[in-house]
Write a protein that binds this ligand. Structure first.
Ligand SMILES: [Mg+2]
Length: 448
């Protein structure tokens, strides 16, 4: 009987701001970070979960992880997973902690780390990858993972069972496709960061195209003229009629009318969608942008900062999005993601998870596989950015333009201890990079 004895948190930050990796119109200089949770047990087996942030404030999420994880101390794993929906409700139901959410912001980012650490622990005990646990569940068992409070006006448990039952047709074949690593086609943002110069951008586009990618995403929003130059280069490399797809991402910099006007200037480059055109909370604003851009054949995507299933419910109900970009740890872990996958299936909106930062591709490869095999039955695409994977024991990998389906037990975000030590923040003298001379450029530089 595996029992949780205590939780440990780690504040791990990678100095990605040094080379502008991850730079976009809103986030000029991110240090990709993990607020990390390790659940220790009486049997020595550990569960690993993390939430992604981009630097300052990561310590707040770590504090919140400690507070939430204390709610499952001394609990057996079997009691926690036997009714997952109830466990999830228990984790969000501390009447005092709830005040600093509820179910959003720092406290909810922390919840993602704790819930995902529990899934990792469970998967290791069952000796299965997380996607496989869900793929092996009955429709009723999947539905029992979800807390349906606040969403039954859009999706009832009975409807969810019906969706899952309908998806059982062809499920065995899709499972086999997953096992052959043909379930999740990848797209890349590697070339598209705003801080990269044109030479670097062009060569990265050529390189990624050579690797079999067909979908490419570029950051926009820095200025119409610059963006037109960058998109022109992108189309020169990938073409208009070679089956390659271009997407653009504004990272929330515009107000609603600005988004509509700006995208009018980029329409000739035929992007599939504009991602995060405005505030992530503005459901009706996204709906207005979507309506305005429809005649230009440009879709609207959002979700990486969508804080919970309630917001996603409204985006779907208001017909505000063409693409649903769930994040593995901004929401409350696998369970809440399952709720959104099912709602998106009901509203017939494809899932294209947010997956750029550190650890996210490791997580989302499981979620996209679950969506394809268990929920929607439709192939989509999943973001992949080729950096920082070396810090994980089981890094995600792309082959022939597809994610290699993870087969090792767990949720794939177990980070190497030496990486955690080397990049721990503020870190130990003589051990952490953050105590080195090199780090002073960031620590003593201007905070932008
Ligand atoms: Mg984005």
């Amino acid at each position: 009987m595996v029992t949780i004895t205590h939780a440990e948190t780690r504040d791990v930050r990678f100095p990605t701001s040094l080379d502008k990796t991850g730079s976009d119109a809103m986030n000029a200089a991110g240090d990709y970070s993990a607020a990390y949770c390790i659940l220790h047990t009486d049997e020595g087996i550990t569960g690993h979960g993390m939430t992604f942030t981009i630097g300052r404030g990561n310590e707040l999420v770590c504090s919140a992880i400690s507070l939430l994880a204390s709610r499952i101390r001394h609990r057996t794993l079997s009691s926690l997973v036997s009714n997952w929906g109830q466990t999830w409700r228990h984790l969000v139901a501390d009447s005092q902690l709830r005040w600093i959410g509820p179910e959003k912001g720092v406290i909810h980012l922390a919840l993602g780390a704790v819930v995902n650490a529990l899934w990792d622990l469970w998967a290791k005990v069952l000796k299965k990858p997380v996607w496989r646990i869900v793929a092996d569940m009955t429709p009723e068992e999947v539905v029992q993972c979800i807390d349906f409070r606040y969403i039954t006006d859009a999706l009832t448990p009975e409807e969810a069972v019906r969706i899952l039952r309908a998806a059982e047709t062809g499920k065995a074949e899709r499972k086999a496709e997953a096992e052959a690593s043909r379930a999740v086609p990848a797209y890349t943002t590697s070339a598209g960061w705003l801080g990269y110069n044109q030479v670097k951008m062009r060569s990265l586009l050529e390189e990624t195209m050579g690797k079999g990618y067909k979908h490419f995403k570029l950051k926009v929003g820095g200025g119409v003229e610059e963006d037109r130059v960058r998109l022109k280069i992108a189309r020169e490399v990938i073409g208009f009629d070679r089956g390659n797809v271009l997407m653009v991402d504004a990272n929330q910099v515009w107000s609603v009318p600005e988004a509509i006007e700006y995208m009018g200037h980029l329409a000739e480059f035929k992007p599939w969608f504009i991602e995060e055109p405005t505030s992530p909370d503005d459901v009706l604003g996204h709906a207005a942008i979507r309506t305005a851009l429809k005649p230009l054949n440009i879709g609207v995507a959002t979700g990486e900062m969508c804080q919970n299933r309630v917001m996603f419910k409204q985006f779907l109900q208001a017909s505000a999005i063409d693409v649903c970009q769930i994040d593995a740890c901004r929401m409350g872990g696998v369970n809440e993601v399952l709720a959104v996958l099912l709602m998106a299936a009901k509203f017939n909106v494809p899932i294209v998870p947010h997956s750029g930062g550190v650890g996210l591709p490791e997580y989302t490869q499981h979620l996209s596989t679950i969506d394809y095999v268990v929920v929607s039955g439709k192939k989509s695409v999943l973001e992949y950015v080729d950096h920082l994977h070396e810090h994980f024991f089981h890094p995600s990998e792309i082959k022939d333009g597809y994610y290699v389906t993870p087969m090792e037990p767990g949720y794939s975000v177990e980070m190497r201890p030496e990486s955690m030590d080397k990049f721990s923040f503020p870190g130990e003298e003589g051990v952490s990079w953050w105590r080195s001379e090199e780090a002073k450029v960031i620590l003593e530089g201007e905070q932008i």
